[in-house]
Design a protein around this ligand. Structure first.
Ligand SMILES: Nc1ncnc2c1ncn2[C@@H]1O[C@H](COP(=O)(O)OP(=O)(O)OP(=O)(O)O)[C@@H](O)[C@H]1O
Ligand SMILES: [Mg+2]
Length: 489
C-alpha cells in the first residue's frame, strides 16, 4: 500500500516534466529560467550547459561515454540573489531525478543525524517513483478493465458452462435435456446467457459509476507485523531498508473481509491491479539507470559546512567530516540503497553558497577540485529590483494582486510607485544590510500592511491605487531612521 501511496503523490506534473526537457536546448533552458529569475545570466548559462551536457553524454556511444564527467558547478553569490531560486526552477524543468538538499542538514558518518549518502537514496526513491508513475500510465487502462471484471465477479458471479469435461457423458446428456426444457419455459434463454446479459448490464453501470455508492465486501490481504517494526534497529531504517518490505513477502498473508462502497473498491482494486501489471524489477532497473546517468543533486548552503572560524570547537569537526564524506560521492562511488547499489560517477552535482563569512577556498581542497565550474552571481541593483517586482511569473506584485482579488478588490501599482519601492530597497540594502531581493518582501509587507488588514470590512473600496506619494508616505520615515529600518524593513 505504501508504494501505491507514494506513487499517487507523484501524480501531479511528472509527466509534463518528462516530456519537456528532452528537447530543451541550452538557450531554451535559459529562456525557461528567465521566466522566474531576473539577471544572473552567467549562472543561467552554466547551468543550462551542464544540463544539456547530460543529455549529450547520453547520446554518445562507445567507451568514451564513460569518460565524460559531469560539469559540477558551484554557484557563489551574496544572499538573496537567486541561487536557491535557480535550483527550484531547474527541479521543475529537469526530466531527470533531481533532489535539493541543504548541506547544513548533514552530519558526519558515525554522528547522530543524516549522513550524506542519504541524498543518493532519496534520489533513487524519487527515480523509482518517477518510473513507476510512467509505467502506471501505461497499464492504467488495462488495470481499470481488470478492476471492473473483478467487481463484476463479486456482484454477478459468472456461471460456468454446464457441459464441462469432468462430467460423465450420460450425466451431461441427462442435464442437457432438462436445460432444454428450461429454455423453452424461459423464453429460450439459457441461464448462462441470462447471466451474461446481466453481467453486461452491470458492467455498463459499473463503468458509468451508477453503482458507486453501493456497499460491497472485499477480501483484503494484510501482512500484519506491527511487532517486527517496533523491534527494528534504527540503523536499518537509516540504510533505507524497511523491514516490512523485507519480510512482507515471506510472512503469511492474512485475508480480511472489509466492507466498502464500490467507489472505494474501485480505487483499491485498481491499485492492486496496477501492482500486478507493473514489473517492479524492470522499474527499479530503469530507475537506477536514470539516477546513474542523469541524476542531479543540488547541494544548497555549502558554505555552511566550511570550517574556518574557530577550528577547535566541536561542530566544526563534524562539518569538515561532512565535507570528507561528500568527496567520494561527488567523485564517484557506490552507494547502497534499498533498491540496490547506485554508482554516483555521472550524477551531476551543483552546489551553492553565499560565502559571505567564508570563501570557496575554505572548503577542503579535494572538494574544491570536484566542483571545477564556479559561477558568481551578481548582487542586484535598482533596475533588477524593479523587474523582480513585476516580471517573473511568480512576481510579488502578481501575488498580492491575486490575493486581493479573492476579496473582490483590485489593486493597481503605478510604475512610479514600483520605481520608488525598488529605490528604497536598494537604499536600505546599502545602509543596513544587503539581503538582496528578500528586501522587497519586507518592504511590501510594511507598505501594504494597513490595506491587508482593513480589507474587506474596514475598507470598502473595490479599487486601490498605489502611487509614489503613498509609498513615500508609508516608507520614507522608516527609511530615514536607520534604527527603525533595521527592525522593520
Ligand atoms: N534574480 C532574481 N530574480 C527573481 N527573483 C529573485 C532573484 N533573486 C532573488 N529573488 C527572490 O528572492 C528570494 C530569495 O532568493 P533565493 O532564495 O534564491 O536566495 P539565495 O541566493 O539562495 O540566498 P541565500 O544565500 O540567503 O540562500 C526568492 O524567493 C526570489 O523570489
Ligand atoms: Mg539559498
Amino acid at each position: 500500500m505504501q508504494k501505491n501511496k507514494a506513487g499517487n503523490e507523484f501524480n501531479d506534473n511528472s509527466e509534463i516534466k518528462m516530456k519537456k526537457i528532452e528537447q530543451l536546448t541550452p538557450s531554451q533552458i535559459v529562456e525557461e529560467l528567465n521566466k522566474y529569475i531576473i539577471g544572473q545570466d552567467n549562472a543561467k548559462k552554466s547551468v543550462a550547459i551542464a544540463l544539456r551536457n547530460r543529455w549529450r553524454r547520453q547520446q554518445v556511444t562507445g567507451p568514451l561515454k564513460d569518460e565524460i564527467m559531469p560539469n559540477n558547478i558551484i554557484l557563489i553569490g551574496p544572499t538573496g540573489v537567486g541561487k536557491t531560486e535557480i535550483a527550484r526552477r531547474i527541479s521543475r524543468l529537469a526530466n531527470a531525478p533531481f533532489v535539493k538538499v541543504e548541506a547544513s542538514k548533514f552530519t558526519e558518518v558515525g554522528y547522530v543525524g543524516r549522513d550524506v549518502e542519504s541524498m543518493i537514496r532519496e534520489l533513487t526513491d524519487l527515480a523509482v517513483n518517477m518510473v513507476k508513475q510512467e509505467k502506471t500510465k501505461e497499464v492504467e487502462i488495462k488495470a481499470r478493465e481488470n478492476t471492473i471484471e473483478r467487481l463484476l465477479d463479486i456482484l454477478i458471479p459468472p456461471i460456468k458452462k454446464k457441459n464441462s469435461f469432468s462430467q460423465k457423458p450420460e450425466e451431461s446428456a441427462a442435464k442437457s435435456v432438462t436445460t432444454n426444457t428450461d429454455d423453452i419455459i424461459t423464453d429460450e434463454i439459457s441461464p448462462e446467457e441470462a447471466n451474461k446479459i446481466t453481467r453486461e448490464k452491470f458492467r455498463k453501470m459499473l463503468i458509468n459509476g451508477e453503482l458507486d455508492s453501493r456497499i460491497i465486501e472485499l477480501d483484503m490481504t494484510t501482512s500484519n507485523m506491527p511487532m517486527l517494526q517496533v523491534l527494528g534497529p534504527i540503523g536499518l531504517e537509516e540504510m533505507g531498508l524497511n523491514i516490512q518490505d523485507l519480510f512482507g513477502s515471506i510472512m503469511p498473508k492474512k485475508t480480511k473481509k472489509r466492507k466498502m462502497t464500490i467507489k472505494e473498491a474501485k480505487t483499491f482494486l485498481e491499485q492492486e491491479e496496477i501492482q500486478k501489471l507493473i514489473d517492479m524489477e524492470s522499474v527499479v532497473k530503469e530507475a537506477i539507470d536514470r539516477v546513474q546517468n542523469s541524476g542531479i543533486v543540488f547541494i544548497d548552503e555549502i558554505d555552511k559546512i566550511t570550517s574556518t572560524h574557530s577550528r577547535t570547537s566541536g561542530p566544526d569537526v563534524s562539518r569538515e567530516g561532512v565535507q570528507r564524506d561528500l568527496l567520494p560521492i561527488v567523485e564517484g562511488s557506490t552507494v547502497m540503497t534499498k533498491y540496490g547499489p547506485v554508482k554516483t560517477d555521472h550524477i551531476l552535482f551543483m552546489a551553492s553558497g553565499a560565502f559571505h563569512s567564508s570563501k570557496p577556498s575554505d572548503l577542503i581542497p579535494e572538494l574544491q577540485g570536484r566542483f571545477p565550474i564556479r559561477v558568481e552571481l551578481n548582487s542586484l541593483n535598482e533596475e533588477d529590483f524593479f523587474q523582480i517586482l513585476t516580471k517573473p511569473e511568480n512576481a510579488l506584485i502578481k501575488q498580492y494582486k491575486a490575493m486581493l482579488e479573492t476579496e473582490g478588490v483590485q489593486i493597481e501599482f503605478k510604475e512610479e510607485s514600483l520605481r520608488a519601492i525598488a529605490r528604497i530597497a536598494t537604499e536600505v540594502n546599502e545602509q543596513v544590510e544587503n539581503i538582496g531581493a528578500r528586501r522587497l518582501h519586507t518592504i511590501l509587507t510594511s507598505l501594504l500592511e494597513d490595506i491587508l488588514f482593513e480589507i474587506p470590512d474596514k475598507r470598502k473600496s473595490k479599487k486601490i491605487v498605489i502611487d509614489e506619494k503613498l509609498v513615500e508616505e508609508k516608507l520614507s520615515k522608516i527609511v530615514k531612521n536607520r534604527d527603525l529600518s533595521r527592525y522593520i524593513l
